[in-house]
Design a protein. Structure first.
Length: 237
C-alpha cells in the first residue's frame, strides 16, 4: 500500500469564511520508509493572508503574488496522491479546504481520488488520551527531531508527520514480527495470546473509525492480522 502524508497551509482557519490554501506539501511513505518522492507547491490564494495565519507559517502576500493559482497545479497534485492512503494530522481541516478547491473545478472531493484517509490526530488521541497531541508534542514524546522547524511549512510538516506516524505504528509492528518469528522459529517457541484481554472502551464514532483505519493499516503492512486482531479473535472465541 502506498501512503502519502499531506499538509497544507492556509490564509486563515475558516474555509466557510472564504479562506484558501496557500501551500501544499506531500511526502511519500513506502515500505515503512520516507522516500524522496515529494510534492510541494505555493499557491496564490487570490486573497490576503490573515495576520494570525502569517504569524504561524510566515508566508506573506508578497511571497504568493507570483505563484500559480490552484487550478494550475491541481492535476499534478491529484496525480501524485491518486490511489494512495493519505495520512493527515487533523484531516477534517485540510480536507475541508481541499474539497472546496476541487469543488470549484468540478473535480469532486479528495476521497474520490484516494484509497483512504488516516487521521493521525485521532490516532494520537487514542494512544495518548488526555495529553497534548499536536505535532510538536508528538515529536517530543516519540523522539522525532523537529529542531529545524521554526515556522509551520507544509512540506516540512508532512515529512515530520511521516516520521511521527512511523514511530506511532512501529512498536506494534515490531511485536507482531517478533511473535511471528517465535511461532515459526526452529526452536518451536510459540506465543500464547489466549490470556490477553483487550479493553472495551466506549468510543465516539470518529475515534472508532480512526482505530479501525489504524488496525487495517497494520494488517496491510504486516500482510497478516496484527496483534490486536489476534487478541480480538481469541477473546471472541
Amino acid at each position: 500500500m502506498r501512503y502519502v502524508v499531506l499538509d497544507t497551509e492556509t490564509t486563515g482557519l475558516e474555509v466557510r469564511q472564504g479562506h484558501r490554501i496557500i501551500e501544499i506539501g506531500c511526502a511519500e511513505v513506502a515500505g515503512r520508509q520516507v522516500t524522496h518522492h515529494t510534492f510541494h507547491e505555493y499557491i496564490n490564494p487570490e486573497r490576503a493572508v490573515d495576520q494570525g495565519a502569517y504569524e504561524v507559517h510566515g508566508i506573506s502576500d508578497d511571497m504568493l503574488a507570483d505563484k500559480p493559482k490552484f487550478p494550475a497545479i491541481a492535476q499534478r497534485f491529484l496525480d501524485f496522491v491518486q490511489g494512495s492512503t493519505l495520512i493527515i494530522h487533523n484531516a477534517t481541516f485540510d480536507l475541508g479546504f481541499l474539497d472546496e478547491e476541487l469543488g470549484r473545478m468540478g473535480l469532486g472531493k479528495m476521497r474520490d481520488h484516494v484509497e483512504d484517509v488516516i487521521d493521525s490526530l485521532l490516532m494520537a488521541r487514542e494512544m495518548f488520551p488526555g495529553k497534548r497531541n499536536n505535532l510538536d508534542a508528538l515529536c517530543d514524546r516519540l523522539g522525532v527531531n523537529n529542531s529545524h522547524r521554526q515556522f509551520h511549512g507544509a512540506l516540512l510538516d508532512a515529512q515530520i508527520l511521516a516520521e511521527v506516524y512511523l514511530a506511532m505504528t512501529r512498536g506494534q509492528d515490531a511485536l507482531v514480527i517478533d511473535l511471528a518469528n517465535e511461532t515459526r522459529g526452529s526452536g518451536g517457541v510459540s506465543a500464547d495470546l489466549g490470556g490477553l484481554r483487550l479493553p472495551e472502551p466506549e468510543l465516539p464514532a470518529e475515534d472508532a473509525q480512526a482505530h479501525e483505519h489504524y488496525l487495517a493499516g497494520l494488517d496491510s503492512e504486516n500482510k497478516a492480522a496484527c496483534l490486536w486482531r489476534q487478541c480480538e479473535a481469541n477473546q471472541a472465541a
